[in-house]
Design a protein around this ligand. Sequence first.
Ligand code: ADP
Ligand code: MG
Length: 297
Amino acid sequence: MSNEQPILEVTGVVVAFGAVVAVNQVSVTVPRGVVCGLIGPNGSGKTTFLGAISRFVPVQGGSIAFEGVDITKSPPYKVSAAGMSRTFQAMHLLDRMTVRENVMAGVDFRLAPRTLVRSWLDVRHALKSQRAAAKLADQALERVGMSGYGDVSPAELPYGMQRRVEIARALAVGPKLLLLDEPVAGMNDEERREISQLVRELRGEGLTQILVEHDLATIHRVCDMAYVLNFGEVIAQGTPAEVVDLPAVREAYLGHASLADSGEFAFPAAVSAEPAEPGHGDDSSKGVNSDAATARP
Ligand code: ADP
Ligand code: MG
């Protein structure tokens, strides 16, 4: 186990929308270099949690440290500039812009001139920034296997590719931590596998990721560790294999544990059909204690 500082340390975070406590005293620690799954039934607070740590959503309690720096009170653009980048559960692409321009929207804030364009120098700076942003966008598109699609409208692309464009946009800023909110939702099996592979490749390049996902097979395929939320609270944590075996998790997911035992639970078959991917399960260097699976009452 390494003593390296975790990239993200969330302690007792609370988010309430009026009377609804969407995230209740959630503590999550993400070591550097892992893919951390965040699973739980619909409405369990996963998206709200991502919103809280990326500072899009106000928190009523707790603290969030990113790279050892307290960001609990930081605005989203500062968190983004510090290296935390996210995709959204609902697609946020603009059809009137090209794919490249959509991806550039993710980097513009970093490269745009700080002053209004008043002088020739500013114009030149703006053009240079535009070109630099376009280059970063093209690199990000290439990274998600979509070079050559920069000039088309997202509307012309199949759904799976649109989601890749979103990932490219999040990657274009060169993040240290990538938050993916249900990136494979609505995808067919082949698209799921491709995105899973992309996540594993990015991990291989050292990018830490938090993957919100409903599909347990995908979690098992790509994650080193996972937290389980239910009604806004962490009910379990550990390796994916450990957490899906916990009765509390099965119950939260399926309503009752007996369904899981009756064989109707598709998870084990879906996973065993999958060849093990290189590096998967190799937690030893990542500070993930595989004995650490816990279920909280
Ligand atoms: P998940 O992503 O796990 O499906 P969410 O984080 O979207 O769950 O939602 C958690 C809870 O918070 C739900 O009860 C949801 O209705 C509520 N909620 C989420 N966003 C808002 C909001 N902007 N205003 C009011 N309630 C919200
Ligand atoms: Mg959600």
